[in-house]
Design a protein around this ligand. Structure first.
Ligand SMILES: NC(=O)C1=CN([C@@H]2O[C@H](COP(=O)(O)OP(=O)(O)OC[C@H]3O[C@@H](n4cnc5c(N)ncnc54)[C@H](O)[C@@H]3O)[C@@H](O)[C@H]2O)[C@@H](O)CC1
Ligand SMILES: Nc1ncnc2c1ncn2[C@@H]1O[C@H](COP(=O)(O)OP(=O)(O)O)[C@@H](O)[C@H]1O
Length: 271
């Protein structure tokens, strides 16, 4: 089935007139090391723009100053180790986690992902949060119990599930194997659920082939999950909104522009 707003428009978060920011969810984005903070910052901004009430970047104390000076509405939380991270996300007001964009391919990222999955929070895993399991993908699949969305590009997909040959059937197989919703990125993005739901997103322009656009997509989907949207619906909505934002912006797009186009896309969708 092709993706369109008909599939998820009625499930987009609706604001309570007397609600507070806490009613709109709190998304935690895992920050990376000091030399590569951009990807998590893009994802955090995207999560905020799509409507999460609060967004925090959780990062090592050594990179805190970079995040703290570069971010305004997004908050920062220093977490020195896995125990500190587990304590942070145990707060019931934390409603989703986005992990992976430039997080680092190392044991720390792996331990934090496993801690997040143990906590049972809705999790979006992308980029390095997938690559860290390339030597033992079953360690990741065995840990998946909560609602999880995996958002690999074809290179990341191959590390966990093998080379892509048929995008739709490979994504479905991956969703069943992992127990997670799988969003396989590309010109046409395939979204597959373990219960065999399958949607193909076809409105993406080639201007999206630019560094960081996948990080923005992660933030959009994670931000919708923070507001209570189910992982599959959040993936479909995020993929469509991401592509529509790029289409409306037109030539010269850089990833930063995507979050700034969200108000226009949402206005068109909801009026
Ligand atoms: N501003 C930033 O800080 C940015 C940081 N990024 C981070 O940089 C790290 C490396 O990301 P990469 O995406 O380069 O991934 P990787 O370095 O993990 O993989 C790239 C390799 O995968 C293979 N591949 C196959 N299909 C591919 C496809 N459709 N797209 C890309 N590669 C494909 C290629 O062999 C390519 O060399 C990640 O942590 C990522 O989050 C990127 O997101 C770009 C922006
Ligand atoms: N040729 C293309 N046409 C349309 N969309 C594309 C094209 N190439 C990449 N994209 C989209 O751009 C995004 C790239 O994400 P990703 O590969 O993770 O990049 P990055 O790691 O730089 O963020 C994905 O959403 C993907 O679907």
């Amino acid at each position: 089935m092709d993706n369109s707003p008909d599939l998820w428009l009625s499930k987009l978060p609706v604001l309570k007139t007397d609600g507070s920011k806490y009613d709109r969810g709190h998304c935690i984005v895992l920050g990376g090391p000091v030399a590569s903070t951009g990807a998590a910052r893009l994802a955090a901004r995207a999560a905020l723009r799509i409507g999460a009430g609060l967004v925090s970047v959780a990062c090592d104390p050594s990179s805190l100053m970079v995040y703290a000076t570069a971010l305004e509405a997004v908050m920062t939380k220093p977490v020195k180790d896995e125990a500190a991270f587990a304590a942070l996300i145990s707060d019931p007001r934390i409603t989703s986690l986005v992990m992976g964009p430039a997080a680092g391919i190392n044991d720390r990222t792996k331990a934090f992902v496993l801690a997040a999955l143990r906590a049972g929070k809705p999790c979006l895993l992308d980029a390095d949060a997938l690559t860290v399991f390339k030597d033992d993908p079953s360690q990741l699949f065995d840990a998946i119990r909560s609602p999880v969305l995996l958002t690999p590009h074809e290179g990341e997909f191959a590390r966990l599930f093998g080379q892509v040959t048929d995008r739709a059937s490979d994504a479905l197989r991956a969703a069943k194997t992992s127990g997670a919703v799988v969003l396989l990125k590309g010109r046409d993005t395939v979204i597959a659920a373990p219960d065999s739901r399958l949607v193909i997103n076809r409105n993406a322009p080639p201007t999206l082939a630019t560094a960081g656009s996948g990080d923005m997509l992660a933030g959009f989907a994670g931000g919708l999950m923070a507001q209570g949207m189910e992982a599959f619906d959040a993936a479909c909505a995020a993929a469509w909104i991401h592509a529509e934002a790029a289409r409306l912006f037109g030539p010269g797009l850089i990833s930063e522009d995507l979050s700034e186009m969200v108000p226009q896309v949402l206005r068109q969708l909801t009026h």
